[in-house]
Design a protein around this ligand. Structure first.
Ligand code: AP5
Length: 213
């Protein structure tokens, strides 16, 4: 099974990816997580992409596409994968489609999360993440047991730099101009599945499961 999760920042892609990987037994490939890991570990790629993430801009397609295919060709993607945050431009979608054809594979569905902007802004403003294990929380809707501390590993939670309000507005603009055109792109190819991302987390998971079944 090969799925794409498509949606604006804060739509719930990462939250659902974590649950869907369990349901379907496939791996989650998050380009944002890959970039953040490289930044944290100060790799050559991390140095190249750091400014793009800090400013909420897209990493250039040339850097992103090769990185994703390197990852998708690893053994653990043999049963399929769930792409979280890729593709994000028409050029990335075309590169994905070409690569799949070369490998005699195809996508099963593209899940499109619909969430109004005012909800996205509230979600991102309240999101806190664990810099150690990657767990994600929300100060109001999904707080940790002890304020500011990760339930899983006890590390102090942080706010992502790109969740600051000034950067969030820029990310939403980038989504509108570069990523939203993928909705029609995939609808025309009969792959798009719309979900209401404003429902509670478990209901969204259930809607996606039903649609995929
Ligand atoms: P990335 O890490 O992919 O960020 P994003 O797409 O902006 O998505 P987010 O992680 O912000 O949101 P999400 O939809 O996963 O929401 P979440 O589940 O956390 O990318 C970061 C950067 O990397 C980009 O800006 C770019 O620079 C670069 N990049 C990445 N991929 C790239 C690519 N392909 N090309 C070029 N550059 C790329 O949920 C958010 C909050 O809401 C959480 O607090 C959560 O608890 C809460 N929440 C979730 N679902 C619900 C619900 N149903 N009800 C209530 N609260 C909910």
């Amino acid at each position: 099974m090969r799925l794409v999760l498509l949606g604006p920042p804060g739509a719930g892609k990462g939250t659902q990816a974590a649950k869907l990987t369990e349901c379907f037994g496939i791996v989650q490939i998050s380009t944002g997580d890959i970039f953040r890991w490289n930044i944290k570990n100060e790799t050559e790629l991390g140095v190249k992409v750091k400014e793009f993430l800090a400013e909420g801009k897209l990493v250039p397609d040339e850097l992103t596409i090769d990185l994703v295919w390197d990852r998708l060709d690893k053994d653990d993607c043999g049963e399929g994968y769930l792409l979280d945050g890729f593709p994000r431009t028409i050029k990335q979608a075309e590169a994905l489609s070409d690569g799949l054809k070369e490998r005699d594979q195809e996508l099963n569905a593209v899940i499109n999360f619909n969430v109004p902007e005012e909800v996205l802004i509230r979600r991102l403003a309240g999101r806190r993440v664990c810099p150690e294990c990657g767990a994600s929380y929300h100060v109001d809707t999904h707080p940790p047991k002890v304020a500011g501390v990760c339930d899983r590993c006890g590390t102090a939670l942080i706010q992502r730099d790109d969740d600051k309000e000034s950067v969030v507005r820029g990310r939403l603009e980038v989504y509108r101009s570069s990523t939203a055109p993928l909705i029609d792109y995939y609808r025309e190819r009969g792959l798009l599945v719309d979900v209401d991302g404003t429902k509670p987390v478990d209901e969204v998971t259930e809607d996606i499961r039903k649609a995929i079944d």
